[in-house]
Design a protein. Structure first.
Length: 316
């Protein structure tokens, strides 16, 4: 099979039939063998009945329905697990991603030798203040932090080799950082393609300003996980030892200074009256706690079990 098209969605009943027709048209024009996997992330409208209807008339349509809204990352994880195509395309269901871009993305992966191709919505139809400016700031920070030189991490239109999606773990809200996850997993051939961004035709956006705040927090998380996720003791242990040594050195200095003044018969204040005593004590306690945090992190890392991150209600 050439292509698996993975489409996570939430309350997109108005756009699904039109999107399906558009995808079928493009697939037919290019004679691709394909499957379309819709993941209903807890919709409360008629999205799932429409997916079932599409599946009854088109054997290429597959579907996964969650019991409730678990998030886009969990939807993509389920779609990736189900996908069988040599190349996996992800796109949103709101018609803002054009299926006409699929052949170009597919070609860049199959003939261009890339592991992953990310879309770049260079010209956007979103509000400048509410989305464009925060998005530019977010993408700049993501480039600087991750080292992955992409202009648009948030673009849902991406293409992957099958081995990429089968060897990365998309959880939490990490769907924005799949290229970073891929790079950390050893898939370094990452490119981008300028794609058309269309104005939303139906409904309203499911994302607000909070997604950028969450995005920056997730960026810190993925920076930490990429550098210290497999070795938390290297961060917490090093910081703990450093702080403990600083505290210990301060305590030793205070003690030696006290003994020197006694030896010289000079007036010396009580050690407990010296503010540096409490600074040294607090620093040693914090250092010990950081060291223990790293130690516990290593234990948890080695004993953790894979948790079920979502529950599937129905499949098609």
């Amino acid at each position: 099979m050439n292509l698996s098209i993975v489409i996570p969605l939430l309350n997109e009943e108005e756009s699904l039939k039109e999107l399906h027709q558009w995808i079928v048209k493009v697939m037919t024009q290019h004679s691709y063998s394909y499957e379309v996997i819709f993941i209903d992330d807890g919709s409360t409208d008629d999205s799932w009945p429409i997916i079932q209807q599409l599946g009854s008339i088109d054997p290429n349509v597959k579907g996964i329905k969650f019991f409730k809204n678990y998030g886009k990352s969990q939807a993509l994880h389920a779609g990736f697990a189900r996908a069988q195509g040599d190349v996996i395309i992800t796109m949103d269901a709101d018609l803002q991603d054009s299926p006409e871009e699929i052949p170009g993305l597919y070609s860049m992966v199959t003939t261009g030798g890339l592991d992953l191709v990310s879309g770049w919505k260079k010209k956007r139809y979103d509000s400048i203040l509410s989305k464009n400016m925060p998005s530019k700031l977010f993408n700049w920070a993501a480039r600087k932090t991750s080292g992955v030189k992409l202009h648009d991490f948030n673009c849902g239109l991406k293409a992957y080799k099958q081995k990429v999606v089968k060897n990365i773990e998309v959880s939490g809200e990490m769907h924005r950082y799949i290229p970073v996850l891929a790079k950390n997993a050893g898939f370094a051939k990452i490119g981008e393609k300028v794609v058309i961004h269309q104005a939303r035709k139906y409904g309203t956006t499911k994302f607000g300003m909070e997604r950028f705040i969450n995005g920056f927090l997730d960026l810190i998380t993925i920076w930490f996980l990429s550098r210290f996720g497999k070795r938390p003791m290297h961060l917490f242990g090093a910081l703990g030892v450093l702080m403990f040594l600083i505290g210990l050195s301060s305590a030793v200095y205070i003690g030696i200074n006290k003994l020197y003044k006694l030896y010289m018969h000079e007036r010396a204040i009580l050690i407990t009256d010296n503010p540096w005593f409490y600074i040294a004590l607090a620093t040693m306690i914090i250092g010990t706690q950081l060291f223990l945090a790293g130690f516990l992190g290593e234990i948890i890392l080695r004993t953790k079990n894979n948790e079920e991150r979502y529950k599937v209600s129905e499949t098609l």
